[in-house]
Write a protein that binds this ligand. Structure first.
Ligand code: AMP
Ligand code: ZN
Length: 119
């Protein structure tokens, strides 16, 4: 099993309340907070409380958790009024894709037009 928390991990520290963060949403399995370096008018991170380093570390038992993350992103998009216009959800996996925090998180970006393909 992956560790449930990692003392070295920035997002585990945020979840533990060790760093000042305003949670946009939280429940027993997930937290959501604004990205510190937003790339769009809405840029939030949907983060499981459980420490899982990368998408490559997901196990079958985590399928429900990832589903909750995805649906939570859609619910926040709806609440922000960006559902119809469109938004993007992104998991970066490992350095080559730009992952910098090794605790999985789903980016929700919206509120402006977004080009494709990404850089
Ligand atoms: P990634 O590059 O996919 O690993 O995404 C990590 C994200 O975490 C980046 O978009 C950072 O801007 C964001 N980030 C880093 N430190 C913090 C923090 N203390 N609070 C909120 N977001 C953060
Ligand atoms: Zn962590």
């Amino acid at each position: 099993m992956p560790n449930t928390t990692s003392p070295e991990c920035l997002f585990c520290r945020i979840i533990a309340g060790e760093l000042p963060t305003t949670f946009v949403y939280q429940d027993s399995r997930l937290v959501v907070f604004d990205d510190i370096n937003p790339q769009a008018p809405t840029h939030v991170l949907i983060v499981p409380r459980q420490h899982i380093a990368t998408l490559n570390d997901l196990r079958k038992d985590d399928d429900g958790l990832v589903g909750e993350m995805t649906r939570r992103a859609a619910m926040i998009a709806r609440d922000r009024g960006i559902s119809s216009a469109g938004y993007r959800t992104v998991f970066n996996c490992n350095q080559g894709a730009g992952q910098t925090v090794f605790h999985i998180h789903l980016h929700l970006l919206g509120g402006r037009s977004l080009t494709w393909p990404p850089g």
